[in-house]
Design a protein around this ligand. Sequence first.
Ligand code: MLT
Length: 302
Amino acid sequence: MYKYHCLNPIAEVGLDRFTTDYAQTAKVEEADAILVRSAAMHDMEFSENLKAIGRAGAGVNNIPLEKCAEKGIVVFNTPGANANGVKELVIAGMLLASRDIVGGINWVQEYEEDGNIAKLAEKQKKQFAGHEIEGKKLGVIGLGAIGVLVANVATHLGMEVYGYDPYVSVDSAWKLSRSIHHATSVDELYKECDFITIHVPATEDTKNLIDKDAISIMKKDVVVMNFARDVLVNGEDMVDALVSGAVKRYVTDFPTPEIAGVKNAIVIPHLGASTEESEDNCAVMAVAELKDYLENGNIRNS
Ligand code: MLT
């Protein structure tokens, strides 16, 4: 019988499904396997028994991959299991950014004067007006599980979608979605699109993918969306672009000190995968992978 330690109550759902014999505690000294969501594990002492880590989510930047490789610890993640939750928030972010919906809601929340708010709203609403997304161009960088779902919904909303992914051939990308225009370079996508959304993992190659050079190629008034990882966008360059007006709005799921409070940044506290459905899907997939490895030696994904 293996010992599992669960580092996040959310991950418990998966363990409940398969076994009642687990500990929900941060004490991991004896664990054969650890199930984790986004807790950083870089400074954690691993037990000599530790054989596998299951990450209930797609990104594995909270896990010390080199240390795991040295010790022969297999790392699993759950690609696609929370893709629908993230997709829905990306679409919500795009709609929030297309008009000043956040500004309008804040105006109503902060209204303190006596008087007829409905009448005053009629006068104020001009400043919150925006554009419709139908007919606009959306650039999707990264055609993995989330990128393809976002692209497909956007086409149904009447957008023209440009996709770019250096690791997906045009042929296989066509199989994923016939309605996407496949950009031959990321610069083509930057030049053409009114909205740009990033769905690539954080690696040394993708760090600062969007910096001042990339922004200088983009259309003026572009909306940039980042629901992948904060390091993909250079924070200082993005603040400068928002202040100068080169970027109209930046929608991000990653609050960082430089972006919090910046006008025209819509900052969400990492809620992309925070739905009951996505959390359950990730937890169940992660546990299934761990058990299959520990009990049968199968590596479904690593
Ligand atoms: C992911 O990498 O899939 C997300 O960051 C998941 C999460 O919010 O835990």
